[in-house]
Design a protein around this ligand. Sequence first.
Ligand SMILES: [Zn+2]
Length: 283
Amino acid sequence: MLSSDTTARGCAVRWFGMPWVRRSVAMLLLCCGAVGCAGLGPNLPGRGGSGRGLPLGEALQQGNPRRREIALTIDDGPHDPIARQLLDILRVEDVRATFFVVGKRVREHPGVVARMVNEGHEVGSHTATHRRLDTLSEVMIRAQLLGCEAAVAAACGRRMNLLRPPGARYNAATARIAEEGGYRLVGWTVAAKDFVEVPSDLIVDRVLASASNGSIILLHDDYPETVTALPRIIRALKRQGYQFVTISEMLGRLSPPVRVEPNPEAPPARSMTLAEPGTVAEP
Ligand SMILES: [Zn+2]
């Protein structure tokens, strides 16, 4: 049975099986409402090198720590023009990233999502309207997943196999519904906390201070400071010998590997039971 929260480390963590001290700290943080959209800078131990793989319903928080690789993930968009500017940088640097998109923003900028896929990036779900999934009924959780799927399918004819729950907040029902939908849950290792406007130097420093083998770096496409920071981050990590991989590639290099097909063609049947986008209001 899985349940999870967002602790000060900002990642989805297994609730049961946690030492009581950590459970108590996590409960205290929950009670204090100490949860942000993008967490508070986690560095959880990786799942990839444990040899037990990644069970369904458990979020990936780090890739294989024996591999000198990094996954860049960019959340909450696409926002225009920031997303396009980030894509321009990724193209120049010849780096593939993973974008966790919000369905209602996909509907506003479908061409940007089509460009992501066409340029070799991976697209994952960040729900239809960025609701905290652990606060919703099962019907609403499904609506959040299906609403984002419908938007991405309309934008580029693809479906998604990755889900990053907003705030890394999910519970057992979310994990089960995500599993039924073919999703793998994805957290992060290093948060740039650029969902608020901060200087680009700080974004760069936060990422470089914590990046290590198998890190999943969390960025957002909200502010131009991220555009300024991104090439500096990429070039510094390249100098340190890191290779950039998508989340599906990272999953495929776990020990044992987890095979996920990145953005296959969307089957029309999945569109049949979709809730209308916009039926789920923002918090
Ligand atoms: Zn988010």
